[in-house]
Design a protein around this ligand. Structure first.
Ligand code: MN
Length: 537
């Protein structure tokens, strides 16, 4: 066991905590928790979050800066472009060994189907540490209605497919029990015992529908440890969804009770209500690992969290609510007068994690924001910073004028009726294109002008605006989701349903039309890049 420092605040990575040597089925330090990031697989299953291979590669490089132990970059048999993305990441990111010997495991997702497994292997085998994550549902409702297989058949398939993965030369095999939290206990012990005997090195307990309570998940992990043959020789993993807002709590409880791999996504994006978020899970362990969790720790370099979050927000188009823990715009902003007064006297009054630790820079946005709830001390401080040294009664008088102004609402008006727009776009080769068009309102006419230049038939599926006050200005964030008009489809491997790839873009500007146009161009560029990669693949 490495020695522990006793710093009360979260300091990560701790120098005394070295990353233990990577062995698929064993962690030499029992307090170490592996982080598997599935932003590029489960996260991409968020509606509108389709990413291009190039975007996935950028995010994978960023995940390396964070130091995640395992990257799950996709589902290779789901589409040709996902296969290419996973292969590219395995070849590049999966071979970039740093001075400390760290290189992420690259894990391909696959069903318990031979073709899926061999396709996933073809994509990940180039990595220094390739892993296959094969998964099958184990709950009665899934086995009966989705798989239409008996318990014995499911056990047989699981055993055969883990052996098949082994036979390809893979020695790092994760078996996932889909819908494990609604599975029959005895059946779960049996199937996990069978796959461990067949060669699985990690077993993943998925709360696929996000229905478990923290206490229940903890009990499940303990029961699995007590009753599954061979479980001491493998790593237990959790995969929690956020349908009840409990994904982080469940994940932490899983770690407390014995899971040593946690599956998470950046910003918590993922199917439906999303997955457990990397930043919340990692910072919970960093803040409380020593005090409340028997010294559990990760080797995530937390200072890269914010930039990773921003990159995923931009590429996925999944906009963060301002009060998202740790990475939301307001996560470290103190607005009430009482809180601001406390913060000015001692940061520890209202701040338990310092924003710098996850990569925030302390500016006006991170710290104190002046608004209608601010007190006079915060205003005085800001005036001092601006070089005004006012007397007490002067501060008072300015303060009441300031409050009156802060209470006024800001209004943005749209144009109704016919509107014309002229748009000039610059191509990456430097050539410029100009078009003008008439439409109903400024946004419509501008989009039509862009379409005249780009000539890509698209359909606007979703469009939204929201404004965040920053200082005295208002930033308008536009989000658009588009798809191709002529319905180029691929197929979801699980359901065989047609899959219409959608692309989203977000942009924030002071001007509503400018942010709307920029958001549209982001989405349009993604669509064009995706089309390009599809053609190459
Ligand atoms: Mn999932």
């Amino acid at each position: 066991m490495p020695t522990k420092t006793s710093t009360p605040s979260s300091q990560s990575p701790k120098l005394s905590h070295l990353r233990p040597q990577y062995i698929p089925n064993h962690i030499p330090d029992s307090s170490y928790v592996r982080i598997l990031d599935t932003t590029l697989r489960d996260g991409e299953q968020s509606p509108g979050a389709t990413m291009t291979a190039k975007e996935k590669l950028d995010i994978a490089r960023q995940l390396v800066k964070l130091g995640v132990d395992i990257i799950q970059p996709g589902f290779p048999s789901a589409s040709n472009s996902d296969f290419m993305a996973v292969k590219m990441i395995a070849q590049e990111v999966g071979n970039a060994v740093d001075d400390d010997g760290y290189v992420p495991v690259i894990a391909g997702f696959c069903r318990c189907v031979e073709k899926d497994i061999s396709t996933a292997w073809e994509a990940v085998k180039y990595a220094k540490r390739p892993r296959l994550c094969t998964s099958i549902a184990t709950s009665p409702i899934h086995m009966e209605h989705k798989l239409r297989k008996s318990k014995d058949q499911v056990i047989q398939i699981a055993r055969d497919m883990v052996k098949f993965a082994r036979s390809l030369g893979c020695n790092d095999i994760q078996f996932g029990a889909e819908d494990a939290t609604r599975s029959d206990r005895e059946f779960l012990y049996e199937i996990l015992g069978v796959v461990i005997e067949a060669g699985a090195t990690t077993v993943n307990i998925a709360d696929t529908v996000g229905i478990v309570m923290p206490l229940e998940l903890g009990k499940l992990i303990v029961d699995i440890k007590d009753n599954t043959p061979g479980i001491a020789n493998v790593i237990i993993s959790t995969h929690c969804h956020n349908d009840l807002g409990l994904a982080t709590a469940n994940t932490i409880e899983g770690a407390r009770t014995g899971a040593r791999q946690l599956e998470v996504t950046i910003n918590g994006i993922g199917e439906r209500a999303g997955n457990a978020s990397l930043e919340e899970v990692v910072m919970a362990l960093a803040s409380k690992g020593d005090h409340a969790l028997n010294g559990l720790y990760t080797r995530i370099n937390t200072r890269h969290i914010l930039e990773t979050s921003k990159m995923v927000e931009e590429y996925s188009g999944m906009h963060l609510q301002p009060h998202k823990p740790l990475v939301g715009a307001n996560a470290f902003v103190h607005a009430s007068g009482i809180h601001q007064d406390g913060m000015l006297k001692h940061k520890g009054t209202y701040e338990t994690i310092s924003p710098e630790e996850i990569g925030h820079k302390r500016t006006t946005r991170i710290g104190i924001v002046l608004g209608k709830l601010s007190g006079s001390q915060a205003l005085r401080k800001r005036l001092e910073e601006l070089g005004y040294d006012l007397k007490e009664d002067e501060v008072d008088s300015v303060f009441w004028q300031f409050k009156a102004m802060a209470e006024k609402k800001k209004v943005t008006c749209g144009t109704i009726g016919l509107s014309t727009a002229t748009v000039k776009l610059v191509n990456i080769d430097g050539s410029t294109h100009v078009a003008c068009s008439i439409g109903i309102g400024a946004v419509d006419s501008t989009y039509k002008a862009i379409n005249l230049i780009v000539k890509e038939p698209t359909k606007l599926l979703d469009y939204s605006l929201n404004s965040v006050t920053e200082g005295i200005g208002v930033n308008v964030t536009a989000r658009v989701v588009i798809c191709r008009e002529n319905n180029h489809t691929s197929t979801y491997a699980f359901t065989e349903d047609a899959n219409y790839p959608t692309f989203s873009g977000i942009a924030a500007e002071m001007d509503v039309v400018v942010s709307t146009v920029k958001a549209y161009l982001v989405a349009l560029n993604k669509l064009l890049r995706w089309k390009e990669s599809f053609r190459c693949a």
